[in-house]
Design a binder for this molecule. Structure first.
Ligand code: NAI
Length: 248
């Protein structure tokens, strides 16, 4: 029997990348999957087909996670389609990097809205469902830069630090209702985003990683599976760095 047999997981921004890997891993462990992304394009349809191959229910929803009303509407739809929500993974995220002196208000607002407000939107919409169930696991996708900060990423780092404090606060507020909340802080993960970095920047990162490799999306999906499953039933308010032992 899979670790997530009979559970329903909602994952934001899961058409590709880390979110997709989590969706696939969850399905392989027995979960039904509802996922969102900005648009449901060919990539998203391919993700749906790959999840379906595990023999579980899956549905993709076009929804802007940064929009409060859209989020509440999509959660209503998911409730109607799936009947419950056991796991929420706030994964959708973007970067708009720049040094503080050159950072525009638009860069700041966009990153905070997509990365942090989105998690508020989804937690706000999903928590009444989890309260009725007297159980639930919420996972916020943070980043090592949310723990340590990073030059030229003040907006991104602040949003990712916010996701950690949000998880810790929800863990404290909702524990008595059986709801757990944790954060994952990935380090350098091999995705389209990091593969596009110049070779010298990649080499610099590798120097700082004791395990001497970038993480895989599966490395993150494995930890996300632990936090979603009953294996972590006494774990809440934590941030788990998945970074190859990196010392920033
Ligand atoms: P990605 O860019 O491949 O995937 C992000 C997904 O979110 C995309 O499918 C995108 O369309 C979707 N998305 C963007 N804005 C959205 C919105 N407003 N509403 C709904 N969906 C939206 O990124 P990746 O690498 O898979 O990252 C996933 C998460 O992991 C992000 O939160 C990112 O900040 C975080 N992360 C990634 C690391 C890496 O090395 N790749 C390291 C640390 C954290």
């Amino acid at each position: 029997m899979g670790l997530l047999e009979g559970k329903v997981a909602l994952i934001t921004g899961a058409a590709r990348g880390i979110g997709k890997a989590i969706a696939l891993k969850y399905a392989s462990e027995g979960a039904d999957i509802a996922f969102t992304d900005l648009v449901i394009n060919e990539d998203a349809e391919k993700t749906v087909a790959e999840i379906e191959a595990f023999g579980h229910k899956v549905k993709a929803y076009a929804s802007n996670a940064a929009n409060f009303d859209e989020t509440h509407e999509v959660v209503e739809q998911i409730k109607a389609d799936f009947g419950k929500i056991d796991i929420l993974v706030n994964n959708a995220g973007i970067t708009k990097d720049g040094l503080m002196l050159k950072m525009t208000e638009q860069q700041w607002d966009a990153v905070l809205a997509v990365n942090l407000k989105s998690a508020f939107n989804f937690i706000h919409a999903v928590i009444p469902v989890m309260m009725r169930q007297k159980a639930g696991s919420i996972i916020n996708m943070s980043s090592v830069v949310g723990v340590h900060g990073n030059a030229a990423q003040a907006n991104y780092a602040a949003s990712k630090a916010g996701l950690i404090a949000l998880a810790k606060s929800i863990g404290q507020e909702m524990g008595r209702k059986g709801i757990r909340a944790n954060a994952i802080a990935p380090g350098f993960i091999e995705t389209a985003m990091t593969q596009a970095l110049p070779e010298e920047v990649r080499a610099e990162w590798m120097e700082r990683i004791p395990l001497r490799r970038g993480g895989t999306v599966e490395d993150i999906a494995n930890v996300a599976t632990f936090l979603a499953s009953d294996m972590s039933s006494y774990v809440s308010g934590q941030v788990i760095q998945v970074d190859g032992g990196m010392n920033m």
